[in-house]
Design a protein around this ligand. Structure first.
Ligand code: 5GP
Ligand code: MG
Ligand code: MG
Length: 187
């Protein structure tokens, strides 16, 4: 499935390319039902959501626009604090728009709840969330995520947009990263 050097870095493949694409198609049918006749603005959160945005947008048979935000969340490398700074804002005005935030993964949910509040303050008609992946901890925060692709275990995953030190984003599937990769961090 992956080049040998990458396969060695993964403990296991959690989701194959086929599983991801099949689930995205199902989510798109739901979104099409919910937004029939509407002009939807998809807001992707850089950089992790690039792959899911590209596949979701092309699978949807609705008129959609795409825009992007980049945010940084202060905290350690593995835990976000909920203190967020906008690094790249939207080019699009949200007033009166139907907005769907497209996210790769929700872990603590802190980044997302900040983002929801921020976008809702701009006067959109509605803001909903579509996330490909959700970890168990997200259940502790009160954020209503309308579309979730997969509930995954509490492990550090890479691939399909998700990185470790900017690597592995280009894997077509999703895998659990081997701890041996972190152990070599200081080499
Ligand atoms: P939250 O505020 O929900 O804790 O942070 C979500 C962000 O943390 C994601 O957008 C992603 O950048 C990062 N993140 C959370 N869990 C993982 C993971 O398992 N793998 C990777 N590569 N990034 C993760
Ligand atoms: Mg993200
Ligand atoms: Mg990252």
């Amino acid at each position: 499935m992956y080049p040998a050097d990458v396969a060695d870095d993964l403990v296991e493949v959690l989701l194959t390319e086929e599983q991801i694409q099949a689930r995205i198609a199902e989510m798109c049918r739901e979104i099409e039902r919910d937004y029939a006749g509407e002009n939807l603005l998809l807001v992707g959160v850089l950089k992790g959501a690039v792959m899911v945005m590209a596949d979701l947008a092309r699978e949807l048979s609705l008129p959609v626009e795409m825009d992007w935000m980049a945010v940084s969340s202060y905290g350690t490398s593995t835990r976000s604090s909920g203190v967020v700074r906008i690094q790249k804002d939207l080019d699009t005005a949200l007033h009166g728009r139907k907005v769907l935030i497209v996210e790769d993964i929700i872990d603590s949910g802190l980044t997302l709840s900040w983002l929801l509040e921020n976008l809702r303050s701009r006067g959109p008609e509605s803001v909903e969330v579509c996330a490909l992946l959700r970890k168990p901890e997200a259940a502790r925060i009160d954020v209503d995520v309308r579309y979730v692709g997969f509930e995954i275990p509490n492990a550090f995953v890479v691939g399909y947009g998700l990185d470790y030190a900017e690597r592995y984003r280009n894997l077509r599937g999703l895998g659990i990263l081997s701890p041996s990769v972190y152990e070599h961090e200081d080499d």
